[in-house]
Design a protein around this ligand. Sequence first.
Ligand SMILES: Cc1ncc(COP(=O)(O)O)c(C=O)c1O
Length: 390
Amino acid sequence: MNHQKIRADLVDYGNKLFFNSAGASLVPRSVTEKIIEYLHREERLGGYTVAEQQATELDQFYTQAAELIGCEKHNIAFAHSASSAFMQAISSIPLYAKDVIVTSEVDYTSNFLQFLSLHKKRGVITKIIRSLPNGDLDLDHFQQLINQYPVKLVAVTHIPTNSGMVQDVAKVGEICANENLIFLLDSCQSIGQMDVNLKNIKCDFLTATGRKFLRGPRGTGFLYVSDRILNQGYAPLLLDGGNATWTGNDTYQLADTAERFGSWEKPYAMVAGLTEALRYLNDIGIQNIEKQNGKIMRRLRNNLAAIPSVTCYDLGTETSNILTFRKNGKTQEEINRIFSKHQVYYGISQKHQGQIDFGNKGIAWVVRLSPHYFNTLKEMDRIAEIIETI
Ligand SMILES: Cc1ncc(COP(=O)(O)O)c(C=O)c1O
């Protein structure tokens, strides 16, 4: 990994300490350039002509996303966000009163809101896999839920928004495959920071967003859809002209590819930007990124473990590049004052972003630090020094 080049690709980084890739990361310079170049073309020629002229380049979006997660390009659909991808996927599954969705305690807010809405509107029930005392998924309990209830969907988040733990979704996928259950994986926080590969994780749907660890533009994401879902004719509840063709007064034909779950209209300049972000990441290599991320994160976790007044809240056997902590008695305002003074970019996760997990931990918020491979070991030391002064 050419760290010098990677740093040079950050625009006006200066003295800031950017620790918010789990929120919205910094895009490499070339991503912005692609977007602006595309917009200038549209300005001169109009969007339809440019999309035709750039068809080969735009098609690279599918190739690059497929390369990253180890699938074919026909399994990828563009999405405006991870949540919209999730909604398209979930809407394709016939869910009625008393049908059961199984999820985990740390699943994402918007996922839970969808489950609750399905309960309110249709009587669909959500069952939650218990966590073990160390935070890992209780897979025996998962099996019990499957044995006991009419499970129609398993939806589990790989890495939650409000803690750095990594859930064992490979095991979940294995169990789902054995039980012939549909598995929807939320990889929003894992994609781009670690190797998320369908050769190791069996799932039917995978949702991703562009702006976080993939370092793409806001308003972008993608959805992976397995061949078995496509071949069985699953489709979103409501369709548009990108999902299907209107073949006669009363008939339509679904698109063959995962774009059946996409949308006809797309922000093509942003698609070009996301394609560049994916290409940038694939060129570095996700395994190299994961390795570098492990290195900086070990340093950060060790540094914070050495400060007695700091409590870290990341449970689980495996942790990621999200670190959550609080400092004894310090308020969000006190932390913000010091972090702002030192130009630290960070996040705060609030209880409404993880009711169950925060409830279990008995707290209402945590500070979230999420460095990425462009950060340095020196920055891991500097942030710890700053946290000591809070
Ligand atoms: C774990 C997880 N899933 C899903 C999402 C939703 O992503 P988006 O805002 O792109 O819909 C987020 C966003 O923070 C997230 O952290």
